[in-house]
Design a protein around this ligand. Sequence first.
Ligand code: MIC
Ligand code: SF4
Length: 653
Amino acid sequence: MGLTITEKIIKAHLVSGDMVAGAEIGLKIDQTLTQDATGTMAYLQFEAMGVERVRTERSVAYIDHNTLQSGFENADDHRYIQSVANKYGIWFSRPGNGICHQVHLERFGKTGKTLIGSDSHTPTGGGLGMLAIGAGGLDVAVAMGGGAYYINMPQVVNIKLSGRLSPFVTAKDVILEVLRRLSVKGGVGKVMEYTGEGIKTLSVPERATITNMGAELGATSSLFPSDEVTRGFLRAQNREADYTPLDADENAVYSEVHEIDLSSLTPMAACPHSPDNVKAIAEIGSIKIDQVCIGSCTNSSLKDLLTVAAILKGKTVADNVDLSIAPGSKQVYQMLAESGALSDLIGAGARILECVCGPCIGMGQSPNSGGVSLRTFNRNFEGRSGTKDAQVYLVSPETAAVSAIAGKLTDPRAAVANAALPAELSGDTIKIELPENFLINDNMVIQPLDETSAKTAVIQRGPNIKPFPKTVPLSENIEAVVTLKVGDNITTDHIMPAGAKILPLRSNIPAISEFCFTAVDETFPERAKNSGAGIIVGGNNYGQGSSREHAALAPLYLGVKAVICKSFARIHRQNLINNGIIPLILKDHADYEKVSQNDKIFLGDIKKKIENGEDVVLKNVTTGAEIALVGGFSGREREMLVAGGLLNLTRGG
Ligand code: MIC
Ligand code: SF4
């Protein structure tokens, strides 16, 4: 039987387990990345592990999320991360160098390698044919120390692309189509592998747009083969030596196959408030808009922004629209400047932001009340923009730019027909000539100290850096109160909101916990603290979205012992286990109705049951109902839960 690309990479990195879908496997990790909003916790955990130096081929610490320095906190975190990186052998990408995923794709990603990153959009690297997976900070810390990374062996899904995209239809529309078909939980436990004649027409940054947003499917990762297109990209990045061809065997077996004819696609948008609420722009109609934001790790490549510049050239942003543009990296930014395209963006009235995540994580540019915002990003969860009642639509750079000029949501193809675009763009398409060589200047990446000098290097720990909460080994029984009951598709942005006000507290769990679940219920932190031990009850796909460990650490600090729901998102489930919170699934989903907020709950002999891998029975003390729960834990997970988390386990309790 032939192998898929995913299976080939896994086979070459397998350190434990069998490659049987659903079974736990351990993988050797070649590269890691962290960003600053999850990085401080990851490095505090790495320090606690007592390892002298990273054992990966390449580990990079990026500063790209918490860059609005409106107090000492974020700057303190940057200094801490820089000093840790320097000491432990980690490359440090300084603030201003770009968004982690964009920079990693340009400068570090390698075909056939494994990468884990403390950010859910790490699968961007799949555009280069690497197995790149988002993980919690603690898992990244363990991998930096040379430990394996554990996942369940994924099912491999084939998305077969044929044909060629029509003018003004883009890679973003491809992944929006996949989301429309498969939904935000359609990828859980799966890797999406793209094949077919159509892939040859997609450049590496376009492929990366697709693999990036595979995170929104809940997929473990997404991958493209490595071919002549990959070689061309790496050559232009002066890294042809990093090229290796990689493709699935002809007789590879996939668990599902989906076919997409690229020529049949039209410009689309994900409507509020979910990335899978996808409709054709023509179907949504020309709604009036207030804001357009272009950038993020999904759509901020040189090609994306040269296209936007070509559309905006000589035009002015509509009176009712506020347009901001954040290039994905310093390389993109500088090349825009040198080509003159930056001048076209500025001339049209765009507000140019530094090359960071920015508005994507609510670090500025929150829309006006009830405002309609078009964004080239990957997530439009309610409130994520910083404005609770904003209506965020996710679109391609082409749709965003054309709409910014028109002042309303506009199908870029219609704009061409109405001659609303510059004359040279009418015709069939925008011809963007990408340079033979990108501008290479890694002067914003600091190489770590050598091993001898590192021994005496001192870590800089500002007052914002607080130790992470200690966990305790699992007790025999759990008596608790249901402190919160929520519905389906709860995101980590609901559990632990981000944004400019809260993000500076990422290194201070007691302080950030005051905001836990406040997007759903402002009284939660207070009530949770008062009830001592708490349980959260949820619906399907609980914890979808980001990799932020804070969505486990804050509930832990507030006394949450277990989360009981219909199904979990992969990274969040792992973060709960890593931090000693028990994720349990309702055997019969109908039992969801048998627990209410404030009910008293008893989980008898829980420790023994977890240890022995038995099902758990929940006794609802308030109503008398008994409910069957399953954990589906691997042996390793059971040990972690009993020890009170991964760190306790590695330190021996
Ligand atoms: C996100 O897009 O939600 C983030 C911010 O990049 C997160 C990480 C974080 O919360 O720090 C992610 O996707 O993992
Ligand atoms: Fe940054 Fe947004 Fe990408 Fe997350 S999704 S890494 S916040 S740009």
